[in-house]
Design a protein around this ligand. Sequence first.
Ligand code: B12
Ligand code: SF4
Length: 464
Amino acid sequence: MKVLFVYPDIGVRGGARSYQFGIGLLSALLRTRGHATSLYYMFGDYNPAALKRAVAMYQPGLIAFSAVSPQFRFVKQIFKDLAPFPAFTILGGHHATLAPECLQTIEGLDAICIGEGEYPLLELVETLERGGEASAIPNLWVKTRNQGIAKNATRPFTENLDTLPFVDRELFDYQAIINSDFHTAQFMFSRGCPYNCTFCSNHALRERQDGKYVRFRGVPSCLAEIREVTGRYRMRALYFNDDCFTTHRNFVDEFCTRYSEEFALPFAINARPETLNDDICRVLKAAGCQRLSIGIESGSESFRQKVLGRRQSNERIVAAFAAARRAGIKTKSFNIVGFPYETPAIFQETVDLNERIQPDSVIIGIFEPYPGTRLAEICLQEGFLPSDQPDAWFLGRMDTILNMPAFPRRAILRCFRNFAFNVYKKSAPLKAFFYKAYYSAAGERLIRLLAPVKDLLRRLVMGV
Ligand code: B12
Ligand code: SF4
């Protein structure tokens, strides 16, 4: 059967193209079973006419949408503008998994998939191909002829990730993605995260299926994929986009030893502070790790523990950044402003902690309530949200939808715009001014204008 994937990536800050690992895996598995796949990547602006042409030209037997919550409203719009489609339609990804009731809100959408989609999608394709009934496939919610919805239970998480094929990068214009992302190729070697931060989707995803949630691929499989990708595309660096690459020390040791025997490309990873010390940083550096992205999220120890579910002291965070610096690895901190119950005074502690640590670069976003998360529930209970319909909750992490008298919108925006400037204004005024422009109201236009020299700017500001 011919399957057309649709990946909306509309209006996302920065204008870089992105790769979607979920679609990459689904496509790879379908292809190994002899099915044909194609992709309509809706990048930049919303353009339904071009999708209509793509459907007419490709004539798929199945149209498979993938969307995170902030992109769901575009999927809805696509159906308003183009339905009925001449094929069975299904939506998967984080939004369908965490807010499955969304199926009812789209006329013309036939089904949604909850959780990992490889085997549910394969089963759907094979069922449709032989003219069978799709309503009993585990993980799928399917609209029935009598206006009802068949809600099937989920199967367990795929236990051994090595049994899955490598992601299909050919489906996307993968070289263009590398080029637009600082000449970096991205990989994911694991699924799940052992922590339970209340603002992140992980704790909600873990509850959607049974079985082991945190899984890593074996090192030989990771290296084989790197070998294949570096052999096929041009790049200057790699980014291992796992939620926490350093979750298992054994994995890090084995990976680093074998990676450095074979590859010379620098790489970057994400890590939790409590997994970092001098020893692991030395191992990472020796293998080529050039940057560590570490979540601080909030600089207030008590707020982090009580509201965000992150039990770690400020001293542990400071020690993690210091260990990376001693090893010669650049650092980047992730921060959020506008959490429920946050106040300007609590946020000031985030500025203070970053000022003390002086990461090589910082990034900040405005809190968004992702469906199914504890913090989204709290926002609803406390009346911080204007409606209970998630479609309206997302503003690209650059504005807030929350109505909190103790931290009004204008104050949140001010904190967001000035955060990085305040972190660096004493230690690195030039960097501080660059960040001021980057996070200003005109920042998005500036980013696009400076796109041709963004590599140079990144080296100047971040050192990598
Ligand atoms: C890598 C990543 C990115 C990358 C790649 C984008 C992408 N869409 O994958 C980049 C950096 C570009 C990115 C950007 C954004 N991201 Co992001 N990202 C991640 C991350 C770390 C991993 C996702 C991943 O690759 N997982 C592995 C793959 C294999 O799993 P998967 O994508 O979920 O796909 C599986 C299933 O969902 C399902 N499935 C998926 N699609 C479909 C379709 C069909 C038809 C079927 C049947 C099944 C199916 O089957 C797949 C295979 O099992 C997650 C956190 C996490 N650990 O999940 C956040 C996450 C997905 N991102 C998130 C967000 C909010 C964003 C942004 C909106 C942020 C922003 N404002 O800029 C953008 C949106 C970009 C976009 N258009 O999608 C949120 C989404 C929350 C939510 N409820 O929707 C997450 C969960 C992080 C969080 N805060 O909790 N992201
Ligand atoms: S450590 Fe990061 S990825 Fe893991 S649950 Fe917390 S925010 Fe999510």
